[in-house]
Design a binder for this molecule. Structure first.
Ligand SMILES: C[S@@+](CC[C@H](N)C(=O)[O-])C[C@H]1O[C@@H](n2cnc3c(N)ncnc32)[C@H](O)[C@@H]1O
Length: 302
């Protein structure tokens, strides 16, 4: 028997926490898998490949058991037609997303931000408001990426540009991870890559938890946003830098094209987009200029 819990990050309240063994629980047949896959895809762009059927099965199974339903078909009807559909969608997003993240996950991107991106933006003739830099961590999970940006700006950029203010926004489809981000309390797993300087200066250890300091927490606002939601995405405008890392991998080509095109529109002219190590815009967008930095690349809106 394997112990599953949906709470992968601290303060992500367990929605279900029980045993599901290989021989127990209902099975997801191919036809119902197809229906579920289409439904989830239309909802948020996440596409479960054939080889991820077992993953979807085990994740939905938790919710099915919790709701005391007896089939995947019934759960699909429940999600589609339940009058409290929006409530249930919160749980569904919980079980279908993967929220893996940690502080300073991509140091070369942060170095590029400090040494090249901000100076380039500040010297651009297209930068209208030279007193403020707006940064968006799209698919921010439990906040580690956005807070790593905040600490870096405070330590490495602010001294060079004392007049500059920073607005950092973190968004995600999972409300549980947004809650964790807002709490700013982390386990050792999250801080494993955090440089000692930042750890010492901006975290307080209490028991086995690491509490982020209020001055960094106050630099970031977190909110719900489905990257696949067109009106919601249109409302996100005027950013200088967008980080959208390690989420495109869950989308199919059509969703990637839609999301990247929306992110392009959300950027100011001469703004930059960063994506994950293993992700590329090849075949997705030709609108950006590829820019090389030491050990990383970025995409510039010219
Ligand atoms: C693997 S985490 C990446 C976190 C962070 N960007 C990083 O690189 O460390 C992916 C996040 O994308 C979020 N996500 C997945 N689909 C999404 C969608 N359609 N809209 C917004 N967020 C989504 C998940 O909830 C999850 O927190």
């Amino acid at each position: 028997m394997q112990q599953f819990s949906a709470a992968t990050t601290l303060n992500k309240k367990p929605l279900f926490n029980f045993n599901i063994g290989s021989g127990t629980g209902v099975k997801l047949d191919d036809k119902t898998f197809e229906e579920w896959r289409k439904y989830i895809y239309e909802l948020c762009g996440i596409y479960f490949q054939d080889n991820k059927k077992y993953l979807l099965e085990s994740r939905l199974q938790k919710r099915i058991t919790y709701l005391k339903l007896d089939s995947f078909e019934k759960y699909l009807q429940y999600v589609k037609f339940n009058p409290r559909r929006n409530e249930e969608l919160k749980y569904l997003y919980e079980v279908i997303t993967i929220n893996e993240t940690f502080f300073f996950r991509n140091q070369p991107q942060l170095d590029a931000l400090v040494s090249s991106v901000i100076p380039d933006i500040m010297s651009s003739p297209y930068k209208v408001n030279k007193n403020k830099i707006r940064i968006w961590s799209a698919a921010s999970s439990s906040g580690e990426e956005a807070y790593s940006i905040a600490m870096t700006l405070k330590e490495m950029v602010k001294p060079k540009y004392p007049h500059l203010s920073f607005e950092i926004v973190g968004t995600d489809i999972s409300r549980a991870v947004i809650g964790t981000a807002q709490n700013g309390v982390y386990r050792e797993y999250s801080i494993r890559n955090c440089p000692a300087f930042y750890l010492k200066k901006y975290f307080k250890k209490e028991g086995s938890n690491f509490h982020l300091s209020p001055e960094i927490k106050n630099m970031v606002n977190f909110k719900f946003l489905n990257l696949y939601d067109q009106p919601g995405m249109r409302a996100m405008a005027g950013f200088d830098v967008i980080y959208c890392a390690n989420v495109l991998i869950y989308f199919d080509m059509k969703s990637k094209i839609q999301v990247i095109s929306n992110l392009y529109n959300s950027l100011n002219r001469s703004g930059y987009l960063f994506i994950g190590y293993s992700e590329t815009l090849h075949g997705i967008s030709k609108a950006f200029k590829l820019v090389s930095f030491p050990k990383t690349i970025g995409y510039k809106k010219e």
